[in-house]
Design a protein around this ligand. Structure first.
Ligand SMILES: [Mg+2]
Length: 190
């Protein structure tokens, strides 16, 4: 089987990492409960920033957020390693800016993800992921972002949502954690 994964907020906890980073950078403590109630992908509203200020802050922070110590979601690595050792093909499809392609690939290698350069796609728009997913003929695809997930309805790929506060309105199979996802995949493949 062919499994495709988004990276940010699907395999790694990037927004929450950013939420902590913003608190330090702006010297503004904000309760984590606020983070868990955000109903959009962007986090700047929790800090009283406008969309433009938020966009600038996000872009200034990317190098740090992407390439330091962003935590992986628990069990994500084990599950992907298990899939690989069971003989499945694993693809990564991230819409991180194209300038970060090589560093992102290297960071994923350093974290221990089973990853091959030819199975790693970076730098497309959210709306362009669907074309890659179709051309790869993926059996499963995992993502958190409504702007991506909404483009995949009607495609033959089985789409599974990584549960986040901003995607609860989507009526798709979802998992809250990777432990659960492992059970779901294992039961489907038997
Ligand atoms: Mg994502």
């Amino acid at each position: 089987m062919k499994f495709g994964f988004d990276i940010d907020d699907t395999l790694i906890n990037l927004r929450e990492y950013a939420f902590h980073y913003y608190q330090k950078q702006l010297n503004k403590p904000v309760d984590l409960a606020v983070f868990h109630e955000l109903n959009r992908v962007e986090i700047h509203e929790a800090f009283g920033l406008s969309d433009e200020e938020g966009k600038n802050m996000w872009n200034r922070s990317l190098e740090f957020l992407y390439f330091t110590d962003c935590p992986l979601y628990a069990d994500a690595l084990d599950l992907l390693k298990q899939l690989e050792s069971d003989g499945h093909e694993i693809y990564y499809i991230t819409s991180r800016p194209i300038a970060f392609t090589e560093k992102t690939f290297n960071w994923m290698v350093e974290q221990g993800f089973p990853i091959a350069r030819e199975n790693f796609f970076c730098g497309m728009k959210d709306s362009e992921k669907v074309d890659i997913i179709k051309s790869l003929q993926l059996d499963y695809y995992f993502d958190d972002k409504p702007a991506v997930l909404n483009t995949l309805t009607g495609e033959s790929v089985t789409v599974i949502v990584k549960d986040q506060s901003y995607n609860r309105h989507l009526d798709l199979p979802r998992v809250k954690n990777w432990d659960e996802l492992g059970d779901l995949i294992n039961s489907e493949l038997k």
